[in-house]
Design a protein around this ligand. Sequence first.
Ligand code: SF4
Length: 280
Amino acid sequence: MYIRPFDPWKSRLCTCPFKYTLNVYTGCNHACVYCYITSYIPNAFQVRVKEGLLSKLERELRSFDRRNLIALSYSSDPYPTVERELGITRKVLELFKRHNVRCLILTKSDIFKRDIDILSELRCAVGVTVTTIDEGKARLLEPNAPIPKKRINALKKAKEAGIPVYARIDPIIPFYTWEDFGETLEALSFVSHITVSTLKLKPDSKRRMFAKFPDLMEKLWPLYEQGERMEGYYYLPRALRMQIMREAERKILERGITFGSCREGYHSFPSCDGSHLVPP
Ligand code: SF4
């Protein structure tokens, strides 16, 4: 089955409402230094096409309950660079339209701008992840993803087309992306909902962070050493995470945007993931 219930390893910290997920591609070439899919997908930064995806999906959608929601994509990005040429996600959206599927899109690309014609006819919400508005920092963190301004401009176009839009500022990295949080938020102030989350490291993403950001990690890692180890991830100390959550929440709510947090043990309203924006 390509459409599967979203179940992030039964994490007790996950507060997502029930939804399904579909990964259009295997792997993702955005190659974010902090990415966690590398801990369970071999050659995770190499994008592979799934054999017979569209025909199998068509069959699965025939019996899919239209009240449910499908999220694209949580173990990849629905818009890796190759999607510009291949258009497989576009074909998936056409299938969704034919079967009247509710969907939640999340990407670190601006390619979805091409699909606004279909998205505007779907029961959907579209979100982009922007870790920082600082182009130089984003290039280092997410080397193959389009720059944040392009993602944000594409999201503005989606909003103009009447599509509900949201964003993730995730991961928040102390001494790095947290420094620009105010400006990043300002650039996203037109969205309806924002989800935030602090950097959670796995052993392999920790190694990549040390290799790429040795000076930053010299300051950052001692904090993780004082922090918690939960569900296979290194977390920042709880007091610091809660301080970041409270400050982020205050700044987001001040702008009339609703607030969500992801796997922090902190609250969210009306949903953590923006799924409340998808029309019933
Ligand atoms: S966009 Fe997401 S899945 Fe792709 S490399 Fe970055 S963190 Fe990993």
